[in-house]
Design a binder for this molecule. Structure first.
Ligand SMILES: Nc1nc2c(ncn2[C@@H]2O[C@H](COP(=O)(O)OP(=O)(O)OP(=O)(O)O)[C@@H](O)[C@H]2O)c(=O)[nH]1
Length: 409
């Protein structure tokens, strides 16, 4: 049986907001991750509940309760909007937001009051709708940053878009339908429908954000199990899984290439500049090399100062071009540590998959052999080893270092 009593509906709304606030506070206390975001959401629920209570107070000649309720509601929307980027520890623009709120509050004090307060609703719900649209955009961005299908990130943004649109319905209805009451405590079909919508919106917003937080944590855990914490490149396990998956396609006639690279004289760098400088050099290497790769390519750290790039649908000729570009980029990188410059370089071993390869370890073994040759021939070189059953010779790009042909099989 649906309630048509505004007092019951408001009580239900307050109960939902109160429970949501307590839950967000408990999560913030128990979970150091995303604590700021959870506190923001607890604050948003508290402000919204307070706005509802204040709106119930009798109007004075200064219209103070209504004005305070509007400002509280604006604060709630602002906190809701902030909670999404805070889940990702993104910097927040507090001063900008505070200034916007102060400006809106000042505008509200200047608006004429009428029996239906349509202008007030327009400002409050319009700003609320805008904050919801921002929340939708931030949700899509939050999930786009993580390895998730884009369609799913849009689905998560959808509730905020719908709520943003719904928020505009009330002021527009108050403007166009003179019999729609501005005050919430009036019995009437529109008011009851609106209170039901507010209840559903509150549940949807809290539910969506709880799910978003859970998804964010799951993706973070997944990321930790697959990524190298120092460089953020894929770890050995993730690379092994990716290579195994890629190798499945070899039987269907596809070819993939592997570029194995190892920093040159890294021990010397560590011994001279210190371990922290070595760590920084590894991070720099990944930052420098990433732009050389396509979206489908993968870069992983196999251990120490050894990395591997997996290039799907690529032969040894293509891999030679990529590796040579990487070699040159690294060679020309101006690496500095505490004001001291240090030359970076790496040796590269490349190969491509062959139908005769039983598993990816055979491909890696050839790449390792090529890398060994590059090291043996003086470092800062690209060398290739092809499978025995590969008849064609790849085109060989010229080495810019003047140390001979970068690709030799
Ligand atoms: N800073 C830092 N050093 C590391 C890390 N992992 C391994 N190393 C160091 O990397 C060095 C590797 O040294 P070597 O295997 O002799 O290789 P290299 O000095 O680069 O010599 P070549 O490969 O022959 O040019 C060792 O000193 C390791 O301690 C790391 O995560 N951070």
């Amino acid at each position: 049986m649906m309630s048509n009593d505004p007092v019951t509906m408001v009580a239900a709304l307050l109960a939902v907001m109160g429970v949501a606030m307590v839950i967000w506070l408990l999560i913030a206390a128990g979970l150091r991750e995303c604590a700021a975001s959870c506190l923001c959401l607890a604050g948003a629920n508290a402000l919204q509940a307070l706005a509802l209570v204040v709106r119930w107070l009798p109007e004075s000649q200064w219209r103070t309760p209504g004005l305070i309720a509007d400002v509280l509601l604006l604060g709630a929307f602002a906190m809701l909007h902030l909670s999404v980027p805070l889940m990702d520890d993104k910097p927040t623009r507090w001063p900008l937001l505070a200034s916007a709120l102060a400006l809106l509050a000042a505008l509200l004090t200047q608006l004429p009051t009428g029996p239906h307060h349509a202008a007030h609703h327009l400002v409050v719900n319009g700003a609320g709708g805008l904050f919801c649209f921002f929340a939708a955009r931030n949700t899509v961005r939050l999930l786009r940053d993580r390895e998730l299908r884009p369609a799913l990130s849009r689905i998560f943004g959808l509730p905020f878009l719908v709520i943003g649109g719904l928020l505009l319905v009330r002021p527009l209805a108050t403007l166009w339908m003179p019999d729609v009451p501005a005050s919430l405590d009036t019995r009437g079909a529109f008011n009851i429908a609106w209170l039901w919508a507010a209840l559903v919106m509150t549940l949807t917003v809290n539910g969506t954000l709880a799910f978003l937080l859970m998804l964010k944590l799951v993706l973070q855990i997944r990321r930790l199990t697959l990524r190298d914490p120092l460089t953020d490149a894929l770890n050995r396990r993730a690379m092994a899984e990716a290579m195994a998956a890629e190798h499945q396609r070899v039987r269907r006639g596809h070819t993939y290439a592997v570029v194995l690279l190892d920093m040159d004289r890294f021990k010397q760098l560590n011994d001279t500049l210190g371990h922290a400088a070595g760590d920084e050099a590894l991070k720099t290497l990944v930052e420098v090399l990433r732009p050389c790769l396509r979206e489908v390519d993968l870069l992983g750290r196999l251990g120490g100062e050894e990395f591997c790039a997996l290039l799907p649908y690529t032969g040894v000729a293509g891999a030679a071009l990529v590796a040579e570009r990487m070699r040159q980029l690294l060679e020309t990188t101006d690496f500095r540590w505490q004001g001291r410059s240090w030359p970076l370089s790496a040796s590269f071993g490349i190969t491509e998959s062959a139908p005769s390869d039983e598993d990816p370890t055979e491909v890696l073994r050839r790449a390792d052999e090529a890398l060994y040759r590059a090291k043996a021939q003086g470092r800062n070189l690209v060398q290739a080893v092809e499978a025995i059953d590969q008849p064609a010779q790849p085109p060989r790009p010229q080495s810019a270092s003047g140390q001979g042909d970068p690709v030799a099989s």
